[in-house]
Design a protein around this ligand. Structure first.
Ligand SMILES: [Zn+2]
Length: 476
């Protein structure tokens, strides 16, 4: 994620204070207290949240998703979406009942392993009671049929609008932090990664760009076109996209041989060549710095929706209504390693995504002959003691101000301070070891600091504590 302007960030931070899209504690609290009479001995309810204290109702407990198969029909003119989601999962406890996250829509049916299930809604929680309880360790498939006009999240988490956002010619779909639920039922938290199949039917002339690779593009039975995309590497829900509309495409391979797809709204037709070439060059360069590319393709999409931000959607970074410069492309493509392949288990560790992607911007600028990373670090450190980044410890990202500048800038400065302490050889070996040891996995700050200590043989507690966890400016 990259914000385009500091002023926008400040404005949105103010908006975020009162706004929340989650149901009240009362509503869900009462629900979770209902008796377990229907369940045989041992089967219990899955928790309504996955266990992230900062986002208590995001994700869900009691199961682990392996795969989402999403069949969606969307008509831009009416903004009507018809969905059928089949979610394959494994029960991690015996389950009498479990939840999915879904915002808005009319749910017309839910089944578990082919048998009709009963369900209820409360805020963004869809509660499912299978006909028979699920045993711990059981693999199961839940199918949800739903329809309606998607309701994106507006003005929350200092981000403006996110989720499935209808546009004049289609939709702009960028879901960080918890907007996947605006277009499909999900275990909507980055701690649960899964593979995805998308089968999306749209009117003739509309192009659908989802994650991974295009499997087929066929005329649909009732008219229009069905696009089938497959993301066969694990992905967090907020990185799923099905951005659609009128697009010009350029496809091929990077000089290093990685599949590359650039797409632009016709309003940005002049950017297509640059987006394609830059995305390829930068991806290839990051392979030399961060290690093997973790996915099947790279590229980027420029839509004409003025989101005011870019999001690193897996394999398809999305730029919302502006011409991306090299720095933003470098940032979003670095996220393919930091945030996408290696995903955070808790939102408080967001600096593991944004600090790394911001540091990547500095590395790219230095690589192309601009300011050095050290100059960028000094400029940041020269900010006065009263600057807001010093009172916001980036190692503990706050739910009401998740995308604070400190998480980005002070996060990147943390990495530079570490690099100075352990030296270039160890630092760059650390980056590659980090991405290799946790490829397609989930990570925490503690795991990163432990690896840094292991590879450097140095005690680094005071460095990380000063840079990540203290509400004041560290000594340089
Ligand atoms: Zn970012």
């Amino acid at each position: 994620m990259t914000q385009r302007a500091a002023a926008l960030l400040a404005t949105l931070s103010l908006l975020a204070c009162g706004a929340t899209d989650r149901p009240s504690e009362g509503a869900t609290g009462a629900d979770s207290g209902s008796p377990r009479t229907a369940a045989p001995a041992g089967a219990t309810r899955g928790a309504p949240g996955i266990g992230d204290p900062d986002f208590p109702l995001d994700g869900n407990g009691g199961y682990d998703v392996a795969h989402y198969a999403l069949k969606i029909g969307y008509v831009p003119e009416s903004k009507h979406l018809d969905g059928e989601a089949t979610i394959r999962a494994t029960a991690t406890q015996s389950l009498s009942r479990f939840n999915l996250d879904l915002r808005g829509f009319e749910v017309s049916g839910v089944s578990v392993d082919g048998a009709a299930a009963t369900f209820s809604r409360e805020g963004d929680e869809l509660s499912v009671t299978p006909a028979r309880p699920l045993a711990r360790g059981a693999a199961f498939a839940v199918k949800v049929t739903y329809s309606g006009v998607p309701q994106p999240v507006r003005g929350s988490s200092n981000l403006g609008s996110y989720g499935f956002i209808p546009t004049g010619d289609g939709a702009f779909v960028a879901c960080e932090p918890n907007g996947a639920r605006t277009w499909f039922p999900a275990n909507d938290h980055p701690a649960d990664k899964a593979t995805f199949d998308f089968e999306i039917t749209v009117p003739a002339g509309v192009t659908v760009l989802a994650n991974g690779e295009l499997v087929s593009r066929e005329p649909a039975a009732g008219g229009g076109t069905t696009f089938s995309w497959r993301e066969s590497h694990p992905m967090v829900t907020y990185l799923a996209t099905a951005t659609m509309g009128e697009f010009q495409l350029r496809e091929g391979r990077t000089p290093g041989g990685i599949r590359n797809l650039a797409a632009v709204d016709p309003r940005f037709a002049g950017e297509l060549g640059d987006l394609y070439t830059r995305s390829g060059q930068i991806t290839d360069h990051w392979v030399t710095v961060f290690g093997p590319y973790p996915f099947s393709s790279t590229g980027g999409v420029v839509d004409d929706f003025s989101a005011g931000y870019a999001l690193e959607n897996q394999t398809k970074p999305m730029y919302g209504g502006f011409r991306p410069d090299q720095s933003i492309i470098a940032h979003e493509l670095a996220h393919q390693w930091f945030g996408n392949s290696l995903s955070i288990e808790r939102w408080e560790d967001l600096w593991l995504n944004e600090g790394f992607a911001t540091y990547a911007e500095w590395l790219w600028t230095e690589h192309t002959g601009g300011d050095t990373a050290d100059e960028r670090f000094r400029a940041g450190h020269d900010r006065p003691a009263g600057d807001p980044i010093w009172s916001y410890p980036p190692g503990d990202a706050r739910p009401d101000d998740l995308f604070n500048e400190s998480v980005y800038l002070r996060g990147a400065m943390t990495l530079h301070a570490l690099r100075e302490k352990i030296g270039d050889d160890t630092f760059f070996r650390l980056l590659k070891t980090w991405t290799a040891e946790h490829e397609h996995g989930s990570v925490t700050t503690e795991e990163f600091t432990a690896l840094a200590e292991r590879l450097s043989g140095k005690q680094l507690d005071s460095l990380f504590d000063a840079w990540l966890f203290q509400p004041r400016r560290p000594a340089a």
